[in-house]
Design a protein around this ligand. Sequence first.
Ligand code: BTN
Length: 263
Amino acid sequence: MLSLPLITANLQTDFTGREIKYLPKVTSTNTKALELLEAGAKEGTVVLTDNQTAGRGRHGHYWYSGAGKGLAFSIILTPHIVFESASLISLMAGLAVGEAIKKFQLTPRLKWPNDIILSGKKCGGILVETRLQDKMMTSAIVGIGINVNETSTDFPEAIRSDTTSIALEKGTSVQRELTLAWTLNAIERWYLVLKSGKINSIISACENLCAHFGKTVSFTRKGKKIFGVFEGITENGEAIIRFPNDTGKLKLSSQEISIIREK
Ligand code: BTN
């Protein structure tokens, strides 16, 4: 079971994770966080569980997290930023998870828009659900799943070959509480950067961690398979894809495609 005092002892935040709603078992921390938001929960409140039974992934996929082994949590933010910046919330969350994992002397990579990769396999994912009002993003539930101490056979067979955990990569188990506290510390730091408008520093940090920067990628858009070079990320968090033979560029929003692959 997760120890809340151990999390708090490692927090260096003003508001993120200062209120933690811990639930031993829950369907989805994002769903619970939305309920708490509606009931007036404060910014920075974290919903955390040891056993998420119906984790939700992007594009309606199921998210598996190992009971008592992985991390599944959601952070309530109330950013009041223009809705065009919505994708940046999930980019900065990916950045924060990447930074936390780096502290274990591992080399995480980000797969745009928000997969966390270790040794080419998925180790974490982010699902951001936002509320908009008058073209402003008033609130965001930032749901984060990190595979921490799972062994290979813990993962369902269908995802086993493409999935890894921090422990599998490091060869030893690590403290989930520390992983969480480090992630929350980094989230708050990047969130304040985002709110101060220094978007370029988020973009360049993401590009630095990006697994496919400058590489040829493929994806399916409107039923058509497309190839192009991943050139970078725009100020709104879209991917910039350059077509072969300099035949133009495309800006890709994270809603448009589910998977971008290296060629
Ligand atoms: C993805 O890669 O598809 C995103 C996965 C996001 C999973 C996390 S786990 C905590 C939070 N609660 C959910 O139901 N989903 C997110």
